[in-house]
Design a protein around this ligand. Structure first.
Ligand SMILES: N[C@@H](CCC(=O)N[C@@H](CS)C(=O)NCC(=O)O)C(=O)O
Length: 213
């Protein structure tokens, strides 16, 4: 049975999973969840994903939600050992990978997703962005990028000199920054960040699935 991904092609978290599927050419079927009909809040959907959020996967009867957990599962099941996640036998490389993955959720996602909410998603239901919040989020993210620039001045990627999921996790919300006219990743103001961003965002997997939100 082909793996099914239950989500929305344009949604950030569905894109995070699709990128990994494309990295390893895993055959899959995208089962579209129609958010306008609140399909993600239906009893059938909630029975699998109790928070009513996309995406989840069904891999031969094994169901899993949370895009980053799905990504880890897919890499370990379908990838070569050491590709995108370090070989689990290497404790220190694994720990550095987990550190970098945690950096993404703690120091990037919270601000970049907040900006997407204010500047993009709110418009879809006719709400106005909270401009004071936008300023706070941008200022905090600028400070975080100082640290990113320092990290990426010593290694090619966030967890060392090999690309990992920790890098790829940034793609969905990172690309939405550009869509909002926030040039933090591309301007060269943080040169190591720009070098890194150009590298990861030009991967064939991302180019294939990136459709505007
Ligand atoms: N941490 C979850 C977040 C999932 C999530 O927030 N999905 C959004 C779309 S990107 C969603 O379904 N939003 C609708 C809602 O929360 O009601 C993941 O990474 O899978």
């Amino acid at each position: 049975m082909v793996l099914t991904l239950h989500g929305v092609a344009t949604s950030t978290c569905t894109k995070r999973v699709r990128t990994v599927l494309e990295e390893f050419n895993v055959p899959y079927e995208l089962v579209h969840i129609d958010a306008s009909k609140r399909e993600h809040k239906s009893p059938a959907f909630l029975a699998v994903q109790p928070f009513g959020q996309v995406p989840y996967i069904n891999d031969d009867g094994f169901k899993l939600y949370e895009s980053r957990a799905i990504a880890r599962y897919l890499v370990l099941k379908y990838g070569d050992v050491g590709a995108l996640i370090p070989d689990p036998a290497d404790l220190q490389k694994t720990a550095l990978f987990e550190q970098a993955a945690s950096v993404e959720t703690s120091n990037f996602d919270v601000y970049a997703s907040g900006l997407a909410m204010e500047n993009i998603f709110k418009k879809t239901w006719g709400a106005e962005p909270d401009l004071a919040l936008v300023t706070r989020l941008k200022t905090t993210l600028e400070g975080k990028l100082d640290a990113y620039n320092a990290i990426l001045g010593t290694t090619k990627y966030l967890a060392g000199d090999e690309v990992t999921l920790a890098d790829l996790f940034h793609l969905p919300y990172g690309s939405l920054l550009e869509q909002q006219g926030i040039d933090f990743l591309v301007s060269g103001r943080w040169p190591n960040v720009t070098r890194w961003w150009k590298d990861i965002s030009s991967r064939a997997s991302w180019k294939k699935i990136d459709v505007p939100a």
